[in-house]
Design a binder for this molecule. Structure first.
Ligand SMILES: Cc1cc2nc3c(=O)[nH]c(=O)nc-3n(C[C@H](O)[C@H](O)[C@H](O)COP(=O)(O)OP(=O)(O)OC[C@H]3O[C@@H](n4cnc5c(N)ncnc54)[C@H](O)[C@@H]3O)c2cc1C
Length: 539
């Protein structure tokens, strides 16, 4: 008997006859023939699937991760990270200096993200227009696409009071005259629990898992889970077929069964790192050797602090207050700017992120309820000394990101640590811990400032993390600058598109999901029209 009172749209859909195939259970190789094969079911793949299925096209969705639903989301890190994240939430850059979080289940990173929803900043779009010739990416031209996705995904500013973790950012910033604002979120009936990163247990988060993917499945799309797209096979200027492998039920290795897909058109939506990885494995045309380059991260640094009162940073909407005060202080291609937010603190993630070990670490973790953290997201990709990293293939064909942190970025990291620490003291922190292996806990702003100025800034000393991977399949109509055109079509291949965050020529300068929704909504609508010869449907 199901005692869970929360309606589960996935279980209901499966019961109604959705065509979902868990490839880990296949006992023979399989072949599929469809109009459009979409690789990846995250932000880009989900939006594309809904629009193309509304246009009447026969869609196959291919997802490496499992199909999980609210009945599986138990608010437990130990379960969520291996089941729902790339490399069990421990994906790292080649030198292991940056920890990268990306999703790996139906819904992709949207199933585990923290729901902050910002439109692409106008500065970013102007930069793309000027430097990548993306003339169609004017703020007013994109506005209707953002409107459409905001309506579809219930994006509205968070109306409830911020939790204490967020409010400390607001109060500390206010004392210093630093402006803050409320974050818009894609939620509908949110219970304010704070466990978005482990999959929403109430289905309030309007991720692709509960919105666009169910809509596509209800219109007859087929979903293959536990299926990794291995290689696009080219014939002349076309993709002839796609070779996939089934993945074992534990998600760790190929099961031995293969799946071959033939489609009129292929859309790669595996997200940054994985999309260029698939295209590199497939030897996709790359005459100017730019595939996988310009992969950007919003490198994130953090400062933790202890207060005399409880903060309970694990409870309540994870991100509801932000500040762009330090994002736009200079020209966009001047010294690197940064956005300030707070992260939800859960014991596994924060204990692995904080610096130090032994008694020092245990002392901090014992006071977990009083712990607060601020993050600074650096806006990379806009300056010649901040061109991002390069996706490479390991011997087995899996992708890895080589992301050297330049002195230009380190300078931003040092400035960001100073800002965050000053805000925490202004908010009443008793001890502040800039997260750096050689930093201490500081009890005054003056001692912290002196120490931060003197710290060495190099890989593996300062903790750097990212949950915003973008770029690697840069879009531009100039083939020397972009592997994909401004319409998302892969240059030199007539039936291949890329629809995900890997398209972006720079980082966004804001949490990227709404940029991906809006931009892929436009690209998928154009593709629907091209493939059907009819006006595209409106979501
Ligand atoms: C913990 C966390 C918190 C975040 N919080 C926010 C936030 O608050 N606001 C915000 O704007 N953004 C946030 N993000 C980022 C945001 O969710 C992503 O930028 C966005 O979802 C990326 O969309 P995408 O389509 O590029 O890729 P994804 O959403 O990552 O989807 C890619 C999918 O493709 C699948 N895939 C990849 N390769 C293959 C292959 N070869 N074969 C089959 N399947 C494949 C993957 O398993 C994955 O499911 C967060 C991300 C994380 C991880």
């Amino acid at each position: 008997m199901n005692t869970n009172p929360i309606p589960d749209p996935i279980q209901a859909g499966l019961a109604s006859g959705w065509n979902v195939i868990d490839a880990s259970a296949l006992d023979a190789n399989r072949q599929f023939e469809v109009d459009v094969a979409i690789i990846g079911t995250g932000a880009g793949g989900g939006v594309t699937a809904e629009i193309l299925s509304m246009a009447g096209l026969k869609i196959l969705l291919i997802e490496e991760g499992p199909l999980k639903s609210s009945k599986d989301f138990k608010m437990r890190e130990a379960q969520a990270y291996p089941e729902l994240y790339q490399e069990s939430a421990a994906r790292k850059t080649k030198d292991k200096a940056i920890n990268i979080m990306q999703g790996r289940s139906v819904g992709g990173s949207t199933t585990v993200n923290w729901t902050s929803s910002f439109r692409t900043p106008e500065d970013t779009l102007h930069y793309w227009q000027k430097n990548f010739g993306l003339q169609d990416y004017a703020p007013q031209a994109l506005a209707p696409w953002f409107d459409q996705m905001e309506r579809r995904l219930h994006v509205t500013p968070w109306a409830a009071a911020p939790n204490e973790n967020n409010d400390l950012l607001r109060r500390g910033a206010e004392k210093l005259g630093i402006s803050t604002a409320v974050i818009p979120r894609n939620v509908n009936g949110c219970w304010n629990l704070g466990y978005c990163g482990m999959g929403c247990p109430t289905n309030a988060k309007q991720s692709m898992l509960v919105t666009t993917i169910p809509a596509a499945l209800s219109r007859g799309a087929v979903l293959l889970t536990r299926t990794r797209a291995e290689k696009l096979n080219f014939k002349g200027d076309r993709v002839d077929s796609l070779s996939c492998v089934a993945i074992s039920a534990d998600g760790l290795a190929p099961s031995g069964k293969t799946i071959t897909v033939r489609a009129r058109h292929y859309v790669v939506s595996g997200g940054a790192i994985n999309s260029p990885g698939l295209l590199l494995r497939s030897n996709a045309p790359d005459p100017h050797r730019i595939l996988g380059k310009r992969t950007v991260l919003h490198p994130v640094v953090l400062s933790a602090a202890l207060y005399d009162h409880k903060v309970d940073s694990f409870a309540g909407a994870p991100q509801s207050i932000y500040s762009d005060h330090f994002l736009n202080t200079d020209a966009i291609d001047g010294p690197i700017g940064y956005k300030l937010e707070v992260p939800p603190l859960h014991p596994l993630l924060i204990s692995a992120t904080l610096s130090g070990f032994g008694e020092h670490h245990s002392h901090l973790m014992k006071r977990f309820a009083n712990l607060h953290a601020i993050i600074a997201l650096l806006r990379d990709g806009f300056h010649e000394q901040s061109v991002g990293g390069t996706v490479e293939l390991r011997d087995g064909g899996s992708p890895v990101l080589d992301y050297p942190i330049t002195d230009f970025v380190w300078d931003g990291i040092r400035r960001a640590l100073l800002t965050m620490v000053e805000i925490q003291f202004a908010a009443g922190a008793k001890i502040v811990y800039p997260v750096h292996e050689l930093a201490d806990g500081y009890t005054s702003w003056s001692s912290a400032k002196k120490a931060i100025e003197a710290l060495p800034y190099k890989p593996l000393f300062t903790r750097v993390v990212s949950a915003h991977v973008m770029g690697g399949c840069t879009m531009s109509d100039d083939t020397k600058l972009g592997v994909v055109s401004s319409t998302g079509r892969y240059h030199g291949v007539s039936n291949l598109s890329v629809h995900d965050g890997s398209l972006f020529p720079t980082s966004i300068g804001a949490n990227p999901q709404l940029s991906i929704y809006g931009i892929t909504c436009r690209l998928a609508s154009m593709l629907a029209q091209q493939l059907t010869g009819k006006p595209a449907p409106v979501l």
